[in-house]
Design a protein around this ligand. Structure first.
Ligand code: AHR
Length: 511
């Protein structure tokens, strides 16, 4: 009888007490650097990403510098955009770069068959893109045309942009007004070569990759970082084939994975979803961890030194387009749910920074999981933008190993960890922790212990809102935005952090 009473009492106690989340940060054990390039972006000639999103032309009433809108450049500089992938995407394998140089009014037009069948007038080409990257102070990442192009075409593009001496391509560049070569390190050799980039087999593309890689040259001190077209999500055979036969000729291998809550035919709405769909979205976003882990295991076999980077250069949430918009333009709104997707995904990439050297969310402006939306002269920053703003503290910081035990978020008998976390130390010794409370219903208190450091001061920022479907509109652009966070209590033993439901928190700790 006494035993029964005791166990009832213990159960009662367990029900009364909030369950514990415990985070241990090993502040003195950091080894790996979180490359700032993990925080990269992707912009394609698709819908209103390039045209309207960046490029408005020199004669536009929208304030611009040489045709590129100033508000978008400023917003992207504020998140310290490290690199920008261009011109696609599927568009890259239809794009012939020579159509996009020379006087704009003489450039040939083409049909953008992938994206809405619209006319592409080539007014935004190589010079405009590299001007954009200079204005952004970010590194260009150019994807060459393998699907419908030639080895010669891509090798001449490298020569046109990066060669300093006398050559047909360098002279052509000069005749188009650019004397000095640009520095462009990152080059992708085609896009989705298993799909829109040519529907190739892994074996066929591997051989083709080797040819392209051979003729894309290093000119002067411009050392190319060649990124091979990688697998579609869980296609492990693709990674195996590429790594076995071409690892020595690549610096990076791309990976594409999109979070689609329902099916490709009906992906679900960006703004109208129930909790079951919220759960599924986050669950699918979290499967990035399994993808990166399994591709890395294969890469480790052929490249134990981890010389080749795994580059998820297209990722993000993909929903049905906004009602009434062109289905080929992939324009979607962006809610707090998307901020959670970004927060957990970037925490995953940080954790794998020994192998993941770059990533590019799709796509920067007006397309898919955009950080910026524009409407003529208006611009808004999405909840996903604010995640990039919070997480810029991790750029080139040292990853701190963590151990996290946490509650489960349960929904209709499905469960997942309620909390995601990442910690790093920057060059000045400040420690930053990014925490995501995935649970849309319950706050989570995280007891945080720092090993190997004594914290003197903690400050914080938070991104949250009333509903997970909350989003910013041109009329109400600040519904979801960053605020100060004051719910981290420092004691002798630990730091007690209370994360509101569905929130993303950044803590800064000074030693
Ligand atoms: O980002 C939109 C498209 O998704 C890209 O063009 C393609 O690479 C992928 O399938």
């Amino acid at each position: 009888m006494k035993k029964i009473i005791t166990s009832i009492a213990i159960c009662g106690l367990a029900l009364a007490l909030p369950a514990q989340n415990k985070l241990i940060i090993n502040a003195d054990q950091g080894k790996e650097t979180i490359s700032k390039h993990i925080y990269g972006h992707f912009s394609e000639h698709l819908g209103r990403c390039i045209y309207g999103g960046y490029w408005v032309g020199e004669d536009s009433p929208i304030p611009n510098t040489r045709g590129i809108r100033n508000d978008v450049v400023k917003a992207l500089k504020d998140i310290q955009i490290p690199n920008l992938r261009w011109p696609g995407g599927c568009f890259a394998d239809e794009y012939h770069w020579m159509d996009g140089i020379g006087p704009r009014n003489q450039r040939p037009k083409m049909v953008n068959t992938h994206w809405g069948g619209v006319t592409e007038d080539n007014s935004f080409g190589t010079h405009e893109f590299l001007d954009l990257c200079e204005q952004l102070a970010c590194e260009p990442y150019i994807c060459g045309n393998v699907g419908s192009g030639t080895v010669e075409e891509m090798s001449k593009w490298v020569e046109y942009i990066t060669f300093d001496g006398e050559s047909p391509m360098a002279n052509l560049r000069r005749s188009n007004g650019r004397e000095e070569p640009w520095k462009v390190k990152f080059w992708g050799v085609g896009n989705e070569n298993w799909g829109c980039g040519g529907n190739m087999t892994a074996a066929f593309y591997t051989d083709l990759y080797r040819r392209y890689a051979t003729y894309c040259r290093n000119y002067g001190d411009n050392r190319l970082y060649k990124i091979a077209g990688g697998p579609n999500a869980a296609d492990y055979n693709w990674t195996e084939t590429m790594m076995k036969n071409a690892a020595g000729q690549m610096q990076g291998l791309s990976l594409h994975y999109y979070t689609v809550p329902r099916t490709w035919g009906n992906k679900g709405s960006a703004t109208e979803f129930d909790e079951a769909e919220y759960f599924t979205t986050i669950e699918k976003a979290l499967s990035m961890d399994e993808l990166v882990t399994k591709h890395s295991v294969i890469m480790d076999r052929f490249d134990p030194q981890k010389r080749v980077g795994l580059i998820p250069d297209e990722w993000g949430a993909w929903y049905n387009v906004e009602p009434g918009t062109n289905p080929g333009f992939l324009y979607q709104q962006n809610t707090l749910r998307d901020a959670i997707v970004a927060g957990v995904t970037l925490n995953i990439f940080n954790a794998h920074c020994d192998r993941v050297k770059m990533s590019n969310i799709a796509q920067t402006v007006n397309v898919l999981q955009a950080v910026i939306l524009t409407e003529e002269e208006k611009m808004l920053l999405t909840p996903t933008y604010w995640v990039y703003w919070l997480y810029k503290v991790h750029h080139d910081a040292t990853l701190l190993p963590i151990s996290l035990t946490c509650n489960k978020y349960e929904q209709d008998r499905r469960r997942m960890d309620a909390v995601s976390a990442s910690a790093s130390k920057d060059a000045s010794g400040k420690i930053h922790v990014t925490l995501v409370n995935i649970d849309p219903n319950r706050e989570q208190t995280v007891e945080t212990y720092l090993r190997g450091a004594t914290v003197k001061k903690v400050t914080g920022k938070i991104l949250t809102s009333t509903k997970s479907s909350d989003h910013n509109t041109f009329d109400k652009p600040n519904t979801v935005s960053v605020k100060d966070f004051n719910d981290a209590k420092l004691s002798k033993e630990s730091l007690s952090v209370t994360l509101p439901a569905k929130s993303i928190v950044l803590l800064e700790m000074e030693q």
